[in-house]
Write a protein that binds this ligand. Structure first.
Ligand SMILES: O=C(O)C(=O)C[C@]1(C(=O)O)C=C[C@@H](O)C=C1
Length: 360
């Protein structure tokens, strides 16, 4: 009869099995990450219920001892949950402009729930961080439903060779935030980003005694008011920013329109059209021939694309010449072919990105 192994021996066997399991676990998660990249590029969902059922059934069947099968099934279930978490987390950081509590932070969090976020001071810092590979992705606002385009970012799209891989639509609910102990009657100065100020213009017009001051970002203005601790100063930012900086809400929902949304773009170094893309953004400059713009637009119409936005931006150093930025919806997989026809009327034509339209 063989000698029973002692606890040290048994534990040492467990240790070596665990080492092997951890090595395999890491290997499996690395493959999962690649599956995640594949799915992200093609706009496929991370969760695949049919595949998970197949995997659990097939792996459980490998277990000889029947009483262990329910545990094996739970183990595989957990492994695939971790696998999905790994897939959703981008390898690198995600840059946004502003500081903690910024609407851009909320947008970045919406698109990349598990990513490590990096705050940047200026919009251009976000573009630069992605272009240099310091960030895997960047999230920037491009348009607000009430105040219109964020032209600084439209211009930066033209200057940087990055592509748009996704879109986020964020509901914006502005709050007037004051220092602890402040009330509405104390306020003399209001700080915020110029877009937020414009979006609350009707509300602010009712307070003619307030001095309105531009600030680079809504959350930064909340931070500034908190740091001053001056009851005469207020900021316009989100309720979340108010919580982050310990400010008190003096008035909620002060936007002119309750239907206030901001569109954000997800920037990436990766080019190409995401599979399942139903929206695209293009930049072009025109030939100096009469009717060029009408011709470009008519191609979009003839080919069945729905033009959802057009913006003209001045070209630096070429007075009274413009760069056109357009968004189109439709069968984006076909767009590359159709661009040849559009290109006939353009000096320059660039697809900035084909992506999935954000859900409201
Ligand atoms: O095979 C896939 O499609 C994966 O994404 C991998 C995996 C897994 O870890 O096995 C993870 C999530 C899916 O729901 C299904 C399976």
């Amino acid at each position: 009869m063989s000698e029973k192994k002692d606890l040290t021996e048994l534990r040492s066997e467990i240790d070596s099995i665990d080492r092997e399991m951890m090595r395999l676990f890491e290997e499996r998660m690395n493959i999962s990450r690649q599956v995640g990249d594949y799915k992200r590029e093609r706009g496929l969902p991370v969760f695949d219920e049919t595949r998970e059922k197949e995997v659990i059934a097939a792996r459980t069947a490998l277990i000889g001892e029947e009483t262990l099968r329910p545990y094996a099934s739970r183990l595989m279930h957990n492994i695939m949950d971790y696998s999905k978490e790994v897939q959703k987390r981008p390898g690198g950081k995600v840059a946004f402009q502003g500081c903690r509590g910024a609407y851009s932070e909320e947008a970045a969090r919406t698109y990349f729930p598990d990513a490590e976020l990096a705050a940047k001071e200026q919009f251009e810092d976000v573009f630069r961080a992605v272009a240099r590979g310091e960030a895997e992705a960047g999230v920037v606002p491009v348009e607000n439903s009430a105040a219109g385009s964020v032209t600084a970012n439209i211009d930066l799209l033209g200057r940087y060779d990055l592509s748009v891989q996704g879109e986020v639509l964020l509901p914006i609910r502005h709050v007037l935030l004051g220092a602890p102990g402040a009330s509405l009657s104390d306020i003399g100065e209001v700080y915020s980003h110029e877009q937020a100020i414009r979006q609350c213009s009707a509300y602010l017009a009712g307070h003619t005694n307030w001095t309105i001051r531009d600030y680079p970002n809504t959350a930064m203005s909340a931070k500034y008011v908190a740091e001053c601790g001056d009851k005469a100063k207020a900021a316009i930012a989100s309720a979340f920013a108010g919580e982050v900086y310990g400010l008190v809400p003096l008035e909620r929902d002060i936007s002119d329109s309750m239907e206030n949304f901001t569109r954000f773009f997800v920037l990436s170094r990766q080019s190409g059209i995401a599979e399942g893309a139903d929206k695209a953004s293009l930049l072009f400059t025109l030939n100096h021939v009469s009717g060029s713009l009408a011709k470009v637009l008519s191609v979009f119409g003839e080919k069945g694309y729905n033009l959802t936005k057009i913006e003209s931006r001045p070209i630096l150093g070429r007075n009274w010449e413009y760069k056109f930025y357009v968004d189109v919806e439709g069968d984006i997989a076909r767009l590359s072919e159709d661009m040849a026809q559009i290109g006939r009327y353009c000096l320059e034509l660039r697809l900035i990105g084909g992506y999935r339209k954000a859900k409201r």
